[in-house]
Design a protein around this ligand. Structure first.
Ligand SMILES: [Zn+2]
Length: 259
């Protein structure tokens, strides 16, 4: 027991690069309860235990559907600018206390707004303002990556891309922390080529393009688009290569320990 406690403390203290944390899936249990109460939301759970079972991930999940289902409850509580801001700064705070030195926080405005009246500008501003507040408090390098769920309508993804680019180019406080662009969810039944124009526009606006979720096809096999080749740009994972071992250790322990 003491041994495992020492191990946990040791791992927590190690400097880590966390390069794939989903904002929309990483919410403290107490925050879920608070925000549900405040916004009078029905989370379809009769007790705290039931709610914990729905929201807490303590072991590897079987497939993508299981992962996405676990996001459903946390998605519901991200229903206002204030809620998003709070969840963002709590993510930074938790990461800092975990020994994370570099944090890449990703969020999907199209997913967050699904079934709600919240607008993309409220979502993006909530994230940027939440980051700003914590960056003033904690010495941590953080950036956010806007992601497009592949299975959502193309029109919705175009709108999100436009809005992310708008903020990236704006004078909004800490707009430069909006540093990356990525695709998410079903990569088997969707074609990366369909997203090539959006990826190219994001890249031209200064957003880094990540290698994750097979987007690296763009760099391995350049796609023909409007007569010019899209060279898949690779997000600068800034130092993460040397820290990848530590990240892997952190990832294994992260969920049972902190959520
Ligand atoms: Zn992911």
């Amino acid at each position: 027991m003491i041994k495992s406690y020492i191990f946990i403390v040791f791992v927590r203290e190690l400097p880590k690069a966390e390069i794939h944390r989903h904002l929309d899936g990483s919410v403290r249990f107490e925050t879920i309860v608070d925000l549900a109460k405040y916004h009078n939301l029905d989370l379809d759970a009769k007790s705290d235990e039931e709610l914990k079972a729905k929201t807490k991930i303590t072991e590897p999940m079987s497939d993508l559907t299981a992962v996405l289902n676990s996001f459903r409850t946390t998605q519901k509580i991200l229903c206002s600018y204030e809620a998003i801001k709070r969840v963002t700064f709590e993510n930074v705070e938790v990461a800092y206390r975990d020994g994370v030195k570099l944090l890449e926080l990703r969020f999907a405005p199209a997913f967050i707004s699904e079934g709600k009246s919240i607008r993309n500008d409220e979502i993006i501003e909530g994230v940027l303002d939440g980051l700003s507040r914590e960056m003033e408090k904690y010495p941590i390098h953080a950036g956010v990556i806007g992601i497009l769920p592949r299975t959502f309508s193309f029109e919705k993804n175009v709108q999100v891309t436009d809005d992310l680019i708008h903020y990236r180019k704006s004078a909004y406080k800490n707009a430069d922390m909006l540093c990356g662009f990525d695709l998410a969810d079903d990569e088997i039944n969707t074609k990366p080529e369909d997203f090539a124009p959006l990826v190219e526009r994001a890249r031209q606006s200064g957003l880094g393009i990540t290698r994750s979720t097979r987007l690296d096809r763009f760099s391995l096999k350049p796609v023909q688009q409007s007569g010019k080749q899209i060279r898949g740009s690779i997000l600068q994972v800034r130092g993460a290569v040397t820290l990848s071992l530590l990240t892997a250790v952190g990832d294994k322990l992260q969920k049972p320990l902190f959520f």
